[in-house]
Structure formats: C-alpha cells, structure tokens
Design a protein around this ligand. Sequence first.
Ligand SMILES: [Mg+2]
Length: 108
Amino acid sequence: MQKLSLQELTALILEQAKQKGFGTQPDEVHVAEKIALIHAEVSEAYEAYRHKKLDGPHGFAEELGDVIQRVLHLAGVFNIDMEKAILQKLQNNKDREWKWDEMHEGHA
Ligand SMILES: [Mg+2]
C-alpha cells in the first residue's frame, strides 16, 4: 500500500473536497460545523469500539480514519502544517509530567 505523509494526505483530501464541494478555502467552510463533525466522528469511533466492531464499514478503524480525514481537511483549508504542529506538541510534552493519581483518567 502507498505510504503518504500527512501533507500528501491533506492534499488528497483537499482535492476530493474540491471535487465534492466541501470547501477548500476559509470563507467556504463553517468552522464550528466542521469542529462539530469532527466530534461526531470521534463519537462514532467510540460507538464502534463499544460494540466491538473494530474493522469493516463503520468500524473503529474507519471511524478513526474519518476523524483524521476531517481534521486534515480543516487543517488544509487553513494551510496548517499538521506534521509540524504534531512534532512541536510532542516536543513540548517531552518533559511534561502528568499527575495520574490526581486525575480520573485511567489506563485500560
Ligand atoms: Mg464516520
């Protein structure tokens, strides 16, 4: 299977968005709606996982892919380099400590 960078994936997503009329410029999208749709895909991913549907149509993998696709679409519309953003955040988090014992966030 072809391996693509996030920038290459973003370009493909923008190309398809243009063909399908989803908007490729900031003035062609409603950001709050796009954010809500990202939320919707995250919820679909959780529902798929909850029902033990990991693969296939509407499965966990597909829904996580939908999340990434919608994020990259929005990033592409705003010309955001997600590789750079992710690498920067990883660097910022490198020496950050989390107080797990003070949080309601566990490890499954
Ligand atoms: Mg979906």
